[in-house]
Design a protein around this ligand. Structure first.
Ligand SMILES: [Zn+2]
Length: 191
């Protein structure tokens, strides 16, 4: 009986240590993601892969697509299927601002990209459709990596600023990762 318990213990230890080993390459933590196919935009997975394949952006991590063994699940969803924030944000005209969202929960890390924003981009961000799409994938993946929102300064807003709200006066939203995007960690990963 004790022998069996020891065997089980060693087996669990082996599994845990080998997964941990696989997760660090060149001192960089590996994040594996999957993207669900979408009838809203069949090109969505291809788009996401292209953006996340650029190692120059979230450069302190290794980001790989792996549809069977993943840490992060990304999907494009209708506004009605996007989990809502705990507070409502409105624009100048009093309209409710729609957001994409990243959740850390018992079912892992999930990224929900809001289709209404994805379809044409978001005008108030000052970004073109292509720029907004790149921004929103990098921004939500930043939350998946454990980073929180950033403020704008010196005329520009890092990717971890909420560009969907629009930049403050005399500022521009960026769609490249800057050193500032690595600065603020999320306080609570169980949102
Ligand atoms: Zn955000």
């Amino acid at each position: 009986m004790i022998g069996l318990l020891i065997t089980i213990f060693l087996f669990i230890f082996y599994i845990l240590s080998s997964t941990e080993k696989k997760k660090i390459v060149d001192n960089r933590k590996v994040y594996r993601y999957t993207v669900l196919d979408s009838q809203l935009d069949p090109k969505f997975p291809e788009y996401v892969d292209k953006i996340l394949a650029n190692n120059g952006w979230w450069s302190k991590y290794i980001i790989l697509r792996d549809d069977t063994n993943y840490d992060v699940k990304i999907q494009l969803v209708e506004d009605s299927d996007t989990p809502s924030l705990d507070h409502v944000v409105k624009d100048d005209k009093g309209e409710v601002i729609k957001f994409s969202i990243c959740t850390h929960g018992f079912d892992g890390i999930n990224i929900y990209i809001n289709y209404d924003n994805w379809k044409d981009g978001v005008e108030r961000s000052g970004l073109t459709k292509e720029q907004y799409r790149r921004y929103v994938i990098l921004h939500e993946f930043g939350h998946a990596l454990g980073y929180d929102h950033q403020k704008c300064k010196n005329g520009s807003c890092p990717v971890m600023y909420q560009a969907t709200i629009g930049p403050p006066k005399d500022h521009k939203c960026l769609y490249d990762i800057t050193p500032e995007d690595f600065e603020v960690r999320l306080k609570n990963l169980f949102l």
